[in-house]
Design a protein around this ligand. Structure first.
Ligand code: ADP
Ligand code: MG
Length: 265
């Protein structure tokens, strides 16, 4: 089981789109996937066809009430398991402030899940994908403390590199709590190859962070933008679109990385 956090403190860079469509693509490649929504906006939840305000249990119950991840998991219309979120998750920072284990609540819940899966005859998850909120709040910290690696969606804009420095610092700080924590890769999103600035920034990213850049560029693609309105990953309704194909390619890169890491271990 490999845990992936999709994080970037900037909003609108394609985190949720990446979480939903990467989860769908891994699932299409016959991997067993659980998507955990950690953003009170609940966009990843609705993006898989679930009604975020009709869920009996959500990530808030896991983090605030000690409900197990298994109990809070539902099968989404998109065809893979989801722990949903809605605005109930919004008050978490205040509720948990000062609580001793507030940083490790999700990691503890995932440990329980992993133990259950090891003891069960059924095959467990291959990937757990977590969609983070656009901030470095306690929810995102919980994701970073729980995860094996971070995938950073990044739009090739002028301030992109600055944002990456902030996030890298936070990751650096949290390795004390989570020694496994590292940047698994940066994925260029909303990419427009005809845009000169995007190409310049892309090249700069390549020069500074070449070894952690995914080869796959996710293009700006109208089918990806429409997907939330369908409440479906793009694969489910427009498999041949550039957006769907790009996320399949990203999933292939992620799987290849996992294989290489396993070999090294
Ligand atoms: P974040 O989760 O980082 O805030 P989203 O994934 O919600 O970002 O994306 C922000 C907006 O941009 C959404 O309306 C989404 O549908 C759209 N979007 C994301 N990626 C693409 C893409 N590759 N092509 C076109 N639209 C996209
Ligand atoms: Mg989002």
């Amino acid at each position: 089981m490999e845990i992936l956090a999709i994080a970037n403190q900037k909003g609108g860079v394609g985190k949720t789109t990446t979480a939903v469509n990467l989860a769908a693509s891994l699932s299409a490649k016959r991997k067993r996937v659980l998507l955990i929504d950690l953003d009170p906006q609940g966009n990843a939840t609705t993006g898989t066809g679930l009604h975020k305000n009709e869920l009996a249990l959500t990530a808030a119950d896991v983090l605030l009430d000690g409900v197990s991840i298994a109990e809070a998991t539902v099968m989404s219309p998109a065809g893979f398991d989801v722990v949903g979120a809605n605005k109930e998750l919004a008050g978490m920072d205040i509720t948990l402030m000062g609580q001793e284990n507030s940083h490790t609540l999700l990691a503890d819940a995932l440990d329980v899940l992993m133990e259950d899966q090891q003891n069960s005859k059924k095959k467990g998850y291959d990937y757990i994908v977590m969609d983070c909120a656009p901030s470095l709040n306690l929810l995102t910290i919980n994701a970073l403390v729980a995860t094996d690696g971070v995938i950073i969606p990044m739009q090739c804009e002028y301030y992109a590199l600055e944002g990456l420095a902030d996030l890298s610092q936070t990751i650096e700080r949290l390795t004390e709590l989570n020694p496994k924590l590292h940047i698994k890769g940066v994925v260029r999103t909303l990419f427009d190859a005809r845009n000169t600035l995007a190409n310049d920034v892309s090249q700069e990213l390549e020069a500074h962070f070449g070894d952690i850049m995914y080869r796959t560029h996710i293009p700006r693609n109208v089918r990806l933008a429409e997907a939330p309105a369908h409440g479906m990953p793009v694969l489910a309704f427009e498999k041949n679109s550039k957006g769907a194909q790009a996320y399949l390619q990203l999933a292939a890169e992620v799987i290849k990385q996992s294989r290489a890491a396993k070999k090294q271990a």
